[in-house]
Design a protein around this ligand. Structure first.
Ligand code: NDP
Length: 285
């Protein structure tokens, strides 16, 4: 019997990762034999560990915090999505041994919002909080959905401005502080938003960026890219502020994993049963 194909996710830290479980569920569902592990890789060992994994016969790597941007320097070529984001989360070698990369975060978010949750982006006012790696990955796919407006607000306003520089479309940037005192009729973040996405790392420390509840109306949907067993601080804040719905990023995680699976295996797994197994209450969303 041939040996199982080997896959892994690399990050630092990595023990918390749900990716091994998700890919094991996809493999069972699609009848494939594979081993998928989580490997803790400190930044100074990134290049050597990636090369060793593939030299030893590894088929594909997922990449998470803090390596998504650094792996770009190791790639022979990459997808347009990875190039635009300046970050990759899915790696493999082609038949000639060249290391290739793609970024599936953006498509994962859009699929969860649009297909799983029925949240419209087209012609809507969208507020994106954060300008780090995740924001870079989702920006172009969000703009491709044709929002009426996309405002990016970051703690460091200059970082948000750098992200939108040179982009076409209804996209602007501001500092988070400019949103704090937002009230109808005044300020950069004036009025309510149809969709507010939290792509800051604040939820990981159970903190919340300072936000005015006046950004939220009864029609607003809020989405935290972070996920946890309990509601994240942002999801709790959004519900208290009166949002129509508030979700965390577990669905995005499963969708971006499904896209990686498709890139590696040419098979698209069903995501709904995996979401349902990972968190029973997700079935009620
Ligand atoms: P980065 O470290 O690249 O960026 C962090 C961002 O968070 C920056 O914009 C930073 O602002 C901001 N930030 C950090 N702490 C605070 C705070 N206390 N208040 C306000 N802003 C803050 O992280 P990533 O972009 O890679 O990840 C962001 C989030 O997205 C994480 O929670 C991560 O788990 C989640 N994520 C989820 C995915 C999924 O599949 N569901 C996929 C990818 C990411 P500044 O620039 O001013 O420092």
């Amino acid at each position: 019997m041939p040996a199982d194909e080997r896959f892994a996710v690399i990050g630092h830290p990595i023990a918390h990762s749900l990716s091994p479980r998700i890919h094991a569920l996809f493999a069972t569902q699609t009848g494939r034999r594979l081993r998928y592990s989580a490997i803790d890789v400190p930044p100074d060992a990134l290049a050597i560990q990636v090369q060793r994994f593939f030299d030893e016969g590894g088929r594909g790597l997922n990449v998470t915090v803090p390596h998504k941007q650094a792996v770009m320097a190791l790639l022979a070529d990459c997808s347009a999505a990875a190039r635009r984001a300046g970050a990759a989360n899915t790696l493999w070698r082609d038949a000639a041994g060249a290391l290739l990369g793609d970024n599936t975060d953006g498509i994962g978010l859009v699929r969860d919002l649009r297909d799983n949750l029925g949240v419209a982006i087209h012609a809507r006012r969208v507020l994106l909080l954060g300008a780090g790696g995740a924001a870079r990955g989702i920006l172009a796919p969000l703009l491709a959905q044709g929002p009426a407006e996309l405002l990016i607000a970051n703690r460091d306003g200059a970082r948000a401005a750098a992200l939108v520089a040179g982009l076409d479309g209804p996209v602007r940037a501001c500092a988070l502080a400019e949103l704090v005192d937002s009230a109808p009729g005044a300020g950069t973040g004036t009025g309510t938003y149809d969709l507010i996405l939290n792509a800051t790392a604040a939820s990981l420390t159970t903190t919340l960026p300072s936000l005015s509840p006046s950004l939220i109306g009864a029609h607003s949907t809020c989405y935290d890219l972070a996920y946890a067993q309990q509601d994240t601080a942002f999801v709790t804040w959004a519900r208290r502020a009166g949002a129509a719905a508030a979700y965390d990023g577990l669905g995005m995680l499963v969708e971006q994993a499904a896209e990686s699976f498709w890139l590696w295996h040419g098979v698209r797994p069903q995501t709904a049963p995996v979401l349902a197994q990972l968190r029973p209450r997700i079935a009620a969303r």
